[in-house]
Design a protein around this ligand. Sequence first.
Ligand SMILES: CC(C)(COP(=O)(O)OP(=O)(O)OC[C@H]1O[C@@H](n2cnc3c(N)ncnc32)[C@H](O)[C@@H]1OP(=O)(O)O)[C@@H](O)C(=O)NCCC(=O)NCCS
Length: 193
Amino acid sequence: MEETVRIGIRMARPADVADIAHVYVESWRDTYAGILPDTGLVRMSKAEHAATWTRTIKHANLRNPVLVAADTKSNIYGFASAGPTRDKSLQFEGEVYTLYVAPGWTGQGIGAGLLASLFRLFGKGGYNGMIIWALADNPSRFFYEAMGGQLVAERQHPMWGKTFREIAYGWHKLDIGRPKQRVGRNAEPEPPL
Ligand SMILES: CC(C)(COP(=O)(O)OP(=O)(O)OC[C@H]1O[C@@H](n2cnc3c(N)ncnc32)[C@H](O)[C@@H]1OP(=O)(O)O)[C@@H](O)C(=O)NCCC(=O)NCCS
């Protein structure tokens, strides 16, 4: 019988960066294979991303949070970061910059738990609305629709020498409710932050 892992959501710590970079790079390779150029995906460096996340976590706070879904031994199963929206022409003050669940751990409520925690923090922080950009070809975008996001904008985004269509989902009301508690294969997300 598989052991049940209890996963809770907390602010990221400097010691989490190697795991965050691992989840980030593995999730990109898994999700964007066939969507983004293989050469770019292969070249992604966990060491470089760990250095970037070290800087991001150093400057993180409740208005610019980096959250991790972690077990009691600090194994990381997913993470998310957010802050002020980068496109000031949009009527949403907050933006989810990144949201990734480790391949093999998706579909167990971890993404919904991370998003609900970000919304709760941003609601408390007085942000007016929230937006997230996703590649139009990423099937994970339907997750945002399942979470009640409305398609609010699109743009062309240059990356790795090519241009990709991105779409934005927005929420005016920062309350997606409490994610369903579910016991997946062996994950048992605890109530969010
Ligand atoms: C997108 C992602 C963050 C969702 O996290 P997750 O833990 O897999 O999702 P959850 O288990 O919390 O799902 C919550 C709900 O969304 C639905 N959902 C999740 N992924 C979905 C998808 N691709 N399409 C449609 N619905 C989806 C679930 O069915 C669930 O619905 P329910 O509450 O009615 O049962 C995760 O799958 C992921 O990291 N994907 C790869 C990386 C990525 O694309 N990140 C986003 C970059 S913009």
